[in-house]
Structure formats: C-alpha cells, structure tokens
Write a new protein. Structure first.
Length: 217
C-alpha cells in the first residue's frame, strides 16, 4: 500500500511506503534537514574518521565506516561487536548529534515505534563499486527495537531478502533523503547493497552515506 502525503511547510512530497510487514520507507523524509545532517556529519568525522574495517574472515570492507553515540559497531579479526571506544583513537565515539537523534526518533514514531532512543549510529560511506553482501543485523540486544536508516548522496539498490539467506530478495532503490524504519517482522531479514554505480550528488559529491540508528544495548 502506498500513501501520498504532502508536507505543507516545505512543499516536499513525503511518500510513505510499506516494503513488507515492519519495513516502512519514508521517501525523502530527511531532505528538510539535509544541510544540518551533513554539517553534523562533518563534526563526527572530524573526531572519528571513516576507516575500512577488517572482517573476521580477514577482508577489508569496501564500505568505509565510523560511528557516533555511546556505542559503535566494530569488526576486526576477533568478530563483530558494539564498543564504547573507537579502536583507532582509543577515545569514546563522538556524541550523537541532536539532529540525528531527532530525525531517528521522529521517523520511528511515524512508523509506529514510539519512544525510540538509539544509542548507536553506524555511518557507512560508499564510493563507486562499494557493496554490502547479504547479512542480518543481530549484534543488538533487543530485536524488538527497530533500526532506522537514512540514505544521503548518490543512490543505491538495496536488496531486501527474507529470514533465510537463500530466500528471494526484492530490489529497492534508495535515494537521497530516504528514511527506512526496519522493525517487527522485518528486523531480522537478510539485506544488502548492490555495487554502487558511479554518480554525483550536488551536496554530497560522489558518495553515498548511510546513517543506521540502532538501540544496541
Ligand atoms: C533491514 N547498511 O549497516 S541500511 C548495515 O545502506 C546495513 O548502508 C545498509 O545493512 C546501507 O548493517 C543498509 C538498511 C538496513 C539496515 C538494517 C536492517 C536494512 C535492514 C536491519 C534489518 C532489516
Ligand atoms: Fe545491515
């Protein structure tokens, strides 16, 4: 079911679409905050630069990542986990900017998840060719808490699979400003990102940035 709303303030079309049970796309929902989000992102990255982490299998991720909030998602040869300390700086991750938190909480509420207070924001940066293979997000304590994702910059094709890796995946284009709330029955579905096609975004440049908000602890 697709519903068309109209934001009377900005005159921005904000279409809300259900990808399946528990998965709600708020198309272009983050556009009004784009400059505030990108400015806050610059501050986060000044304290915790993007880096290519190593997977437990010994491969460098094609996506560069950083975090903000009281916990950050990290991977190294020993495995995946949430850690309050940035292993590069030895310091706590930068605080979650208020504009990040407000957007995540508002989006979750629109999708039916009230009082959402994420403690972690994993930030992914994609260049041309970068991809994320099918995986589940299950390093968080409470799967009743949704994940909220915010896409910025050049577009991506998102793969939305099922509860088993072999289940057929649908392809969904995610573009600048799209916010998706993944909760309930969608929370443990396999998902990934196809290799990013070369493109340019006037504000973000030749990258795709994805903010993924989690309640990890
Ligand atoms: C569906 N990131 O960071 S965001 C990740 O665009 C990740 O950078 C992708 O997958 C990206 O783990 C996809 C969308 C997303 C995030 C978490 C999910 C979709 C999800 C958890 C469950 C189901
Ligand atoms: Fe994921």
């Amino acid at each position: 079911m697709t519903m068309n709303l109209f934001d009377s303030m900005g005159g921005i079309e904000a279409r809300q679409e259900q990808l399946g049970p528990g998965a709600t796309v708020l198309h272009r929902h983050a556009v009004p905050e784009e400059t505030a989000l990108l400015s806050a992102l610059r501050d986060v990255v000044a304290g915790a630069p993007f880096r290519h982490m190593v997977t437990p299998g010994g491969f460098h991720m094609s996506v560069a990542v950083t975090n903000c909030g009281s916990l950050g998602w990290v991977t190294d040869r020993t495995g995946y986990r949430y850690d309050p300390i940035d292993p590069v700086s030895g310091l706590p991750w930068p605080r979650m900017p208020e504009v990040f938190l407000a957007l995540a909480t508002r989006a979750a509420a629109r999708a039916g998840f009230g009082e959402y207070v994420p403690d972690a924001c994993l930030i992914n940066r994609y260049v041309t060719g970068a991809r994320v293979s099918l995986h589940q997000d299950k390093n968080e304590q409470d799967f009743d808490q949704p994940i909220v994702s915010v896409s910025l910059g050049i577009p991506a094709v998102f793969l939305f699979g099922g509860l088993n890796r072999a289940d057929r995946a649908i392809r969904v284009k995610l573009t600048h400003g799209d916010v998706v709330v993944w909760g309930g029955a969608a929370r443990l579905r396999y998902h990934g990102i196809l290799p990013i096609k070369e493109d340019h975004h006037p504000l973000v440049g030749d990258h795709r940035i994805n903010l993924t908000f989690r309640k990890a602890a």
